[in-house]
Design a protein. Structure first.
Ligand SMILES: Nc1nc2c(c(=O)[nH]1)N[C@H]1C(S)=C(S)[C@@H](COP(=O)(O)OP(=O)(O)OC[C@H]3O[C@@H](n4cnc5c(=O)[nH]c(N)nc54)[C@H](O)[C@@H]3O)O[C@H]1N2
Ligand SMILES: Nc1nc2c(c(=O)[nH]1)N[C@H]1C(S)=C(S)[C@@H](COP(=O)(O)OP(=O)(O)OC[C@H]3O[C@@H](n4cnc5c(=O)[nH]c(N)nc54)[C@H](O)[C@@H]3O)O[C@H]1N2
Ligand SMILES: [Mo]
Length: 669
């Protein structure tokens, strides 16, 4: 929740709202400087039409009428010649507002366009979590303040969930022992009492090692297991195969640290595990999340008011989103589905029928954020592809657009916000009028619907009406939370009670229990019990590892939000340069010194970085934080030329962190 200060109609300051129970007055640096973004010299202020080559980003201004007329004409032609599936919408997280996030859905559904499977972030983690506990939820993170042990597992909260750190610090101030589990020493790990520098992609093995000790030493809660779980006897037999010695070999963590953490965890019922999405971005990421969700069920921490675990609170906001998405407007049979992380393939596959002939991008910067960037850019460069990009900024993606449309920021449009970290719903009203000729996602979709002759009354609705319809859900968790309440109270906690312990007596799985043993996993072709499955692209792939001996993880940096804020000169300066961190040992064998320009490459591509030599990362693991727009990166290519468009074990998500590379000094490369 933000407090925005205006002077003569201009934003002069943005700060965290001290009254909001989760924000508590704290916001991150990038949002503090939000005015810089709203008034950025790279802001799109008028509709634009391409005049130069694709990729050059050269445009002439046109009117809204001309832009909408041209898009409607091209969509109509493409639909007539190739069928509506030749049109593909592409959108993701530019705004997570309930209306503006899914504004395009009803239009593209009614058109019969290809559907987009939005897998790039949470699909894998959520699928894994659901396998064990049946819903995407967990104990309220505010309750962590009362915990005696906090484990931050694969989450760099100091960068990515800054408000969570308020509660971590309070817990620690009360005497809680804080453990961070991450392949490198993040800013979060530096604030913890203990850091386990796990080898990327081996967390399942680590968790199985903990389970081995917990069960062997009788540090489990028999009563909770009996009452609320399924498959304990099978699990107990199974984890005998994961003694700490074996787990130490797999994870790179010393035996005594594994045993130590297991004993600490087993003797603390007020233990709170906060799991990040990061560790799901691996070949085996779904299995990892499923496995971690089992741990609090062994000790009974799920039933402790200051214990348990959380991946995300998304499942606690059962809004009526169908009222906004309108899947009923789709023709039958439903149009084909394209996985968003296969954008490059979809744009270049000669066998795809019909081919993708038109792309409508909003809320996303796919030229920067999608894996296998070389293939994505090859697709974007197609002269016969009609690309529309609705954007706030002149990004790497708008450089390839035929038409660019100016978008409002969250300061300029109305929306309803839920959360994936806390339990409050909130309304945000515009604080300034749209800059230039900017329009919100929903306004543009309404214009397009009218221009394409779509008659459904849905396209007459206002943003406020859509919010009211989304709130009109029968679910107990949001019952009684009305538009009026939100305008007067500003934020409202969902009706889940306090303390919130959704798995205290079981879980909404098929068996009604927390499932150590999962039939559903078996149906997906995966082991039914938590099992360590090595990465496809990791050291166990010895042939590939010989050529590319470094595991390269690519987590967020501090001052960007995915590729957003890369437009800001101020924040680019704070971020210094696109950096690859590597261990002094790996640097020495390659003759690399701190600050050297280097190239990082694999079979998918090559990009340039500055070497950051540090023992914050372990030998064999390189770290590239953040996504710089590649137009600001020397060599014109970004981190995602290195990442693969392979899918994970569950949910069709990306394997951003399962990535083998080699690094060399630029002058010798
Ligand atoms: N400043 C900033 N904040 C952000 C974002 C941003 O770009 N910048 N992005 C936002 C978005 S969209 C999301 S989804 C969230 C993501 O936020 P997080 O849930 O924190 O996920 P990641 O940042 O991808 O990864 C978190 C940590 O997982 C670690 N990791 C990688 N592989 C492994 C592994 O095998 N095991 C373990 N234990 N750890 C591993 C990474 O090193 C990283 O420190 O953050 C949001 N917040
Ligand atoms: N290497 C690497 N790649 C990653 C990740 C990583 O950690 N490392 N993280 C992945 C993750 S978790 C995610 S979620 C994705 C995110 O990928 P994206 O969803 O593409 O997120 P952003 O890069 O923030 O780009 C969002 C764009 O939407 C625009 N925008 C913002 N608000 C609006 C609006 O209201 N309307 C319109 N039309 N546009 C708007 C912004 O200006 C911005 O350019 O990236 C993924 N890619
Ligand atoms: Mo994300």
């Amino acid at each position: 929740s933000l407090v925005v200060t205006l002077d003569a109609g201009r934003i002069t300051d943005v700060s965290g709202n001290p009254e909001h129970p989760y924000t508590q007055g704290v916001i991150c640096g990038k949002v503090h400087d939000y005015a810089e973004r709203v008034y950025s010299p790279l802001r799109v202020l008028r509709p634009l039409r391409r005049v130069g080559e694709k990729g050059r980003g050269r445009f002439e201004p046109i009117s809204w009428d001309e832009a909408i007329e041209e898009i409607a004409r091209r969509f109509t032609e493409i639909k007539a010649r190739w069928g509506a599936e030749a049109i593909l919408p592409f959108s993701y997280g530019g705004t997570l507002g309930v209306v503006q996030f899914r504004a395009g859905h009803p239009f593209f559904h009614a058109l019969g366009a290809s559907q987009l499977d939005r897998t790039i972030c949470i699909s894998t983690a959520y699928a894994g979590w659901r396998a064990t506990v049946g819903m995407v939820g967990g104990n309220d993170s505010e309750q962590m303040v009362g915990a005696d042990l906090v484990i931050l597992w694969g989450i760099n909260a100091a960068y990515t969930h800054i408000n969570l750190m308020t509660f971590v610090k309070r817990a620690r101030g009360r005497g809680a022992y804080v453990v961070a589990i991450d392949p490198y020493r993040t800013r979060t790990a530096k604030q913890a009492d203990e850091h386990l520098m796990v080898r990327p992609g081996t967390d399942t093995a680590l968790a199985l090692g903990l389970m081995h000790v917990l069960i062997a030493e009788g540090l489990v809660d028999r009563e909770y297991i009996e009452r609320a779980t399924l498959g304990f006897d099978k699990l107990a037999e199974h984890v005998k195969a994961y003694p700490p010695e074996r787990v130490s070999d797999i994870t790179g963590i010393p035996v005594e640290r594994i045993v130590g953490l297991a004993r600490r965890y087993g003797s603390t019922r007020a233990s709170y595990i906060r799991v990040g999405i990061g560790l799901s971005r691996h070949d085996n990421g779904g299995m990892t999340c499923r496995t971690l969700a089992c741990l609090p069920a062994l000790t009974g921490a799920y039933a402790h008011p200051a214990g348990g675990a959380l991946l995300s609170t998304s499942g606690s906001f059962p809004l009526n989103v169908a009222a906004i998405e309108r899947p009923d407007l789709m023709p039958k049979p439903a149009p084909r589905v394209i996985n968003m992380i296969h954008l490059g393939r979809a744009l270049t596959d000669p066998g795809l029928q019909p081919p993708v002939k038109a792309l409508y991008v909003y809320n996303s910067n796919p030229a920067s954020v999608c894996p296998n960037q070389e293939l994505v850019l090859k697709g974007f460069a197609r002269e016969d592809l009609f690309t529309v990009v609705h954007e706030q900024m002149l990004t790497d993606t708008t450089d390839y657009a035929d038409i660019v449309l100016p978008a409002t920021t969250s300061m300029e449009h109305l929306d309803l916000y839920r959360s994936y970290g806390h339990l409050y719903l909130q309304l945000a009203e515009p604080v300034i009028p749209p800059e230039g000729e900017a329009r919100s996602n929903w306004e543009v979709i309404r214009l397009l619907a009218r221009a394409m002759g779509l008659k459904d009354p849905h396209f007459e609705k206002s943003e406020e009406t859509l919010i009211r319809e989304a709130l009109a859900s029968d679910d107990q968790a949001v019952k009684g939370i009305t538009y009026e309440r939100l305008t007067t109270e500003r934020w409202v906690r969902v009706n889940v009670g306090r303390p919130y312990m959704p798995f205290a007596d079981g879980a909404p799985t098929p068996s009604g229990k927390v499932e150590f043993y999962s039939e559903w996993m078996a149906k997906q072709g995966l082991p039914a019990l938590p099992t360590y499955v090595p990465l496809q692209e990791g050291p166990e792939n010895t042939e590939l590892h010989r050529r590319y001996p470094l595991q390269c993880i690519v987590p967020p940096n501090r001052f960007f939000l995915n590729s957003s804020f890369s437009q800001s000169e101020l924040l680019r300066k704070r971020q210094k340069a696109p950096i690859v961190f590597l261990n002094p040992e790996d640097a020495a064998t390659r003759g690399i010194r701190d600050g050297d320009p280097v190239k990082v490459w694999n079979d998918r591509g090559s990009a340039r970085f500055v070497a950051g030599v540090t023992d914050d990362t372990r030998p064999g693991v390189a770290v590239i934080e953040g996504i710089w727009w590649h137009k600001f990166q020397p060599g014109g290519r970004g981190v995602n030329v290195l990442t693969s468009d392979r899918v994970t074990d569950l949910g069709g998500g990306p394997v951003f962190h399962s990535n083998l590379v080699e690094i060399a000094r630029l002058d010798s490369a």
